[in-house]
Design a protein around this ligand. Structure first.
Ligand code: WTA
Length: 656
């Protein structure tokens, strides 16, 4: 299958060089590649000094002596919130719009940098009054509203690492993340608007804090005005706390390596990994890529990244990157099809959006809804388009270019990860002739390669594993509380290089084509999900004895969750009764959604009598993927019992 996709991809030879006009004004240049090739560390030191404001300059660019944990910009001191706010105010840019907010019901708010600055200072004072100090962790569980950015920047101002938990995650997911980070405070809202109605958040927080917890206080933003349960000793309204707080706050400055945030992501085991990032290097590379890859010109552009702050893209490209440049952004709360399928394009038209950054899954959905929908809106303000989160198939790329970009906007397909903190592989829109479906080249100062099983660099025209050869400024500094797992997960597969977990190919010109995960991580609509995590959720249901989950290719969502379950004794008989099987499947699908969140709900659950296992008991997901994708089942010779696959296939054809 991967080979098939690959031959399609590699037959893709259309190229789109930037227009002279675009190239002439672009921030990213060929000279940057040259400078970085000559002196990589010197290049990053220049970027750190020119893009950020340091209270104390650094004395050493990179210390790799504690590998695989890097220290960047050693000895430097700075404050991320000052870089995103105060320095813009000091430069006289207080009146510039920071956020054009559009709520799903149609309410709008405009926040200038001065407005945001005041709110962040008040929020920092309010958090400090609740006992949040440097190093304390704060969990943020909010919808996509300006308070989300305010909360993050207020934490950064205090040097209190935030852990944003996506609002679509369940209370259980929230509970484990709060416990792992030992958060002291949670910032949440009564709810947010999704798909035309209020969707509650506070009840999930209440449930997550039941029993023993490290959380002392909960700040609640009023958004939907729905009624909420209230714990007098613990809960405070955000607006009351901010109103009572002083409007100014004198920031402290922190070491370049001071933790900025923790963000949980799925790994290959059931336990999510708390990826943690520090300040100086992270901010340098997010600002650098906003400038050179997304080509943000803060004086003139209106930039919109559709990612929710619950994901890393929302951290680097809705908050820290654009705000450190002083950009004007759009922030939209809801879904792209509420109340109509042209909602995004209407917003682009209304706000004159010039740079638009989204995910392939959204592009494919818009493609399905039809080109006549975006055609109803004036999209002529757009000048650059970006894609992130999963491989973009050439058809979707071409549609994006033609229908949204009017055949005029360059597209940057950006490869990176929660772990990498910022964009790593991407065209530079004013330099690179783009190719539909390829993220192409490492950005200046980044060293990416594709290696074979033995860790040797593959020649052009060959495939293998995507690795990063040199430490980079925005790299993760570890997994929260688990340094061994960090070294084991990323640095043990190949000696001295970072293994990203993705398969990739180099074409004859050395362009990189990312093919997707090679581990037990699925990518559903650009969201990372772990097969093991969903399996544990299924097994936690009283009727399930065993479960195996695979990511099956899906034309809309990239991959889809398909689960195979073995039922417990009594449940088997029940399921055999007329109609009960379908009911049980529905129950199990909801169970997963409840345990993890609706994004993890399996597309399909098949009840089977056995699972294919090797003699050592390892489930052979490859064979289940064949079944899920309705292919001829591959080599079964390593199975402990080779007749199992027949049993499964028979079971499926008779059972569902
Ligand atoms: C995938 C999202 C192909 C990849 C920023 C990676 C991509 C995982 C691309 C990280 C791309 C991201 N082309 N695949 N342009 N961008 N991926 O941590 O499998 O949510 O390992 O970070 O998404 O997902 P994460």
């Amino acid at each position: 299958m991967a080979e098939e996709t690959l031959s399609n991809l590699l037959a893709e030879d259309r190229t789109f060089p930037p227009s002279d006009e675009f190239a002439a004004q672009a921030n990213g240049t060929q000279a940057m590649y040259d400078a970085a090739a000559e002196d990589r560390e010197g290049f990053w030191a220049d970027q750190a000094r020119s893009l950020l404001t340091w209270e104390t300059d650094f004395t050493q660019t990179l210390d790799w002596s504690q590998a695989p944990v890097a220290s960047w910009f050693v000895g430097g001191r700075l404050n991320a919130s000052v870089n995103c706010l105060d320095r813009h105010i000091e430069a006289g840019l207080g009146d510039r719009v920071a956020i054009n907010f559009v709520g799903e019901p149609g309410d709008t708010r405009t926040l200038t940098y001065a407005d945001l600055h005041e709110q962040v200072q008040r929020a920092a004072n309010a958090l400090a009054a609740l006992g949040v100090g440097t190093g304390d962790r704060v969990a943020i569980y909010l919808p996509m509203i300006p308070e989300a950015a305010v909360a993050m920047l207020a934490c950064a101002r205090l040097g209190a690492p935030h852990s944003v938990v996506f609002g679509g995650f369940s209370s259980d997911a929230l509970r484990t993340r709060i416990a792992d980070a030992e958060a002291k405070v949670v910032i949440t809202a009564d709810g947010g608007y999704r798909k035309g109605k209020p969707s509650a958040l506070k009840p999930a927080v209440d449930a997550a804090l039941e029993g023993e917890t490290t959380v002392e206080k909960v700040l609640v933003v009023r958004r939907t005005e729905t009624e909420v349960e209230w714990d007098e000793g613990r809960d405070l309204w955000w607006h009351d706390a901010l109103e009572a707080a002083e409007p100014t706050h004198t920031p402290d400055y922190f070491d370049s390596e001071h933790p900025l945030f923790i963000l949980y992501t799925s790994g290959t085991t059931g336990k999510p990994k708390g990826i943690f990032h520090t300040t100086g290097g992270y901010l340098t590379q997010s600002a650098f890529t906003c400038s050179t890859v997304l080509d943000i010109h803060p004086e003139t552009d209106v930039y919109w990244c559709t990612a929710d702050i619950g994901w890393v893209t929302g951290h680097s490209y809705s908050v820290y990157g654009p705000m450190s440049l002083g950009a004007t952004q759009v922030m939209y709360e809801g879904t792209p099809d509420t109340p109509h399928q042209g909602r995004w394009w209407e917003i682009v038209q209304d706000y004159g959006v010039t740079i638009f950054y989204t995910a392939p899954t959204a592009i494919r959905a818009c493609m399905k809804w039809g080109s006549d929908i975006p055609a109803k809106f004036d999209l002529s303000s757009l000048r650059l388009l970006g894609s992130v989160g999963e491989p973009i198939n050439p058809e979707a790329w071409m549609w994006y270019r033609r229908v949204i970009g009017g055949d005029r906007c360059p597209i940057v397909d950006t490869w990176w990860q929660t772990e990498t903190g910022a964009i790593m592989v991407s065209p530079l829109p004013g330099v690179t002739a783009t190719r539909p479906g390829s993220a192409q080249l490492a950005i200046p100062g980044i060293s990416v390669d594709v290696v074979d099983e033995a860790g040797n660099s593959v020649p052009d025209g060959h495939g293998g594993y995507l690795v990063i050869r040199e430490p980079w400024p925005s790299m993760l500094r570890g997994i929260w509380g688990d340094p061994e797992r960090y070294a084991e997960t990323y640095w043990s597969r190949f000696p001295d290089v970072y293994f990203a977990g993705d398969g990739a190919k180099k074409d004859s010109e050395g362009n990189i084509w990312v093919l997707g995960r090679v581990d037990d991580v699925m990518n559903v609509s650009g969201h990372r999900l772990s097969t093991t995590e969903i399996e544990s959720a299924l097994v936690s249901h009283p009727k399930v004895a065993e479960a195996a989950v695979v990511g099956a290719t899906d034309t809309m969502t990239g991959q889809a969750v398909v689960a195979f379950v073995i039922l417990r004794g009594d449940a088997v008989e029940e399921a055999d009764e007329e109609g009960e099987g379908a009911e049980l499947v529905a129950e199990l699908r909801s169970h997963v959604a409840k345990e993890i969140g609706p994004i993890a709900r399996p597309r399909q659950i098949m009840i089977v009598p056995e699972l294919p296992k090797t003699r050592s008991g390892k489930i052979m997901r490859r064979l289940l993927r064949d079944v899920a994708e309705k292919r001829e089942v591959g080599d079964v010779t390593t199975l402990a019992d080779s007749s199992v696959m027949d049993l499964i296939k028979d079971g499926i054809s008779s059972g569902s």
